[in-house]
Design a protein around this ligand. Structure first.
Ligand code: AMP
Length: 415
């Protein structure tokens, strides 16, 4: 038999096959456990939102909104977009459901798929998964440090080594004004030399030029936000660093780090791993004290991050994963098959995983299947067993076989 198809998964998407799924499930379990230890509450949000939400909150000048969104019209002519990042949906949910009434401080986490039309390559996909944590309601630098620590704890529990933390502060709208003026005058004469994106950013969001990978060398002497922080932002950044020190977290100050999104204020940070090559960013985040007010809520400080799970998976130590099964039934005839089926279902009720042949395969083929499925025990039933009211229970590891009464408690008692 040959299986062929002309269909392939769409470029930039990924199939996760059963054995690989085990690794994903384990990683997701570790993430959930850690998020709960930090008292983040899980939220899940829709795959698509109104396009306007991302335009407004991610920001018109960002690469995501400019060139990466999967946007389509529904039959009613409404413009919808597959979510490219989580924060806009989190903020929308927070405001729409009046979650501010549930307490001044709200801590959320999510594990969600995101969609961006980027050029696919290793570590960069068009559909990918992120986990993220967001804390709404606190302006404290302690929260920023706590967020960083929660992500680092996940990396540690996943046994991923070598992830580095870069931090910076990009100030607030007050101190940014002065900085942007200085930055623009520095950049003005360099513009003809800079890339097309930087030229566009110059008028839309000049700070983002500091983020440009292509022009990094040309702008290395540019003024940086850190040199323009107001007293409040300076103090916030000092506290953030002192909390990281207190928690024993090593960091590097990257004064060119500004992050891609429009809504960040004060603290920004990213996690990078050199082993990932050009897509070396594992995750990142920062404070967005202005966004909720901008989205129509009251003045509410907030902070959060997102980590790409697909990139984490590339960093996970290789381990061979196998499915296994508690019981496989080998039946000599159809009547024994039916009787065994009942026993399997009783065992399933007790929490065991069980399976059986459904294709009238030979005894040899049934044993082969039990092997292929890594069954721990095989239950063998034939005419003799039926007559005597017993089963043969074979321990596949030891190769030992014994006769056991056809009684669920007795079978379990023999394991
Ligand atoms: P961002 O939302 O852009 O701050 O990204 C946060 C994290 O999501 C990044 O550090 C990556 O790990 C991951 N990520 C972003 N874009 C992609 C992509 N196209 N494919 C895979 N992972 C991505």
């Amino acid at each position: 038999m040959s299986f062929k198809t002309n269909f392939q998964n769409v470029k930039g998407t990924k199939d996760i096959l059963p054995e690989e799924s085990i690794r994903w499930r384990k990683a997701e379990d570790i993430i959930r456990k850690k998020m709960m230890q930090y008292n983040f509450r899980e939220i899940r949000f829709p795959t698509f939102e109104s396009t306007e939400l991302f335009r407004k909150s991610t920001g018109e000048s960002t690469d995501i909104v400019k060139k990466e969104m999967f946007t389509f019209e529904d039959m009613g002519g409404r413009s919808l977009t597959l979510k490219p990042e989580g924060t806009p949906s989190v903020v929308r949910m927070f405001l729409q459901h009046g979650l501010f009434n549930k307490g001044v401080l709200q801590k959320f986490y999510y594990i969600e798929r995101m969609f961006r039309q980027e050029k696919p390559q290793k570590g960069r996909y068009r559909e990918f998964r992120q986990f993220g944590a967001e804390v709404i309601g606190s302006a404290s630098a302690e929260i920023d440090a706590e967020l960083v620590k929660s992500a680092l704890d996940v990396f540690e529990d996943l046994n991923i080594e070598g992830i580095k933390l870069n931090i910076n502060s990009i100030g607030c709208p007050v101190c940014r004004k002065d900085f942007i003026r200085k930055l623009k005058s520095f950049l003005k004469e360099k513009l003809p030399d800079l890339c097309e994106d930087c030229n566009r950013r110059y008028s839309e969001n000049p700070m983002r030029i500091l983020d440009c990978k292509k022009d990094k060398e040309k702008i290395k002497n540019a003024p940086f936000p850190l040199d323009f922080l107001c007293d409040d932002c300076k103090e916030h950044f000092e506290k953030f660093k002192s909390y990281l020190d207190y928690l024993g977290i090593k960091f590097n100050i990257d004064s060119g780090l500004v992050r891609g999104l429009d809504y960040y204020t004060k603290t920004v940070f990213e996690f990078v791993h050199p082993g990932l090559g050009s897509q070396n960013e594992v995750g990142g985040g920062g404070r967005y004290d202005e966004l909720i007010g901008f989205m129509g809520g009251g003045d509410t400080p907030a902070s959060g991050y997102a980590v790409g799970i697909d990139r984490l998976m590339l960093l996970l130590p290789e381990e061979e994963e196998k499915y296994d099964l508690d019981f496989y039934l080998v039946a000599f005839d159809s009547e024994s098959g039916l009787l065994g089926w009942k026993i399997l279902n009783e065992l399933r009720d007790k929490g065991y995983s069980c399976d059986k042949d459904t294709m009238n395969r030979s005894i040899k083929a049934q044993f082969r299947e039990a092997d292929r499925q890594n069954a721990k025990w095989v239950i063998i039933i034939g005419e003799d067993e039926r007559d005597k009211g017993v089963i043969q229970l074979k321990n596949m590891d030891k190769g030992e076989q014994k006769e056991v009464p056809m009684d669920i408690e007795k079978i379990i008692g023999e394991l």
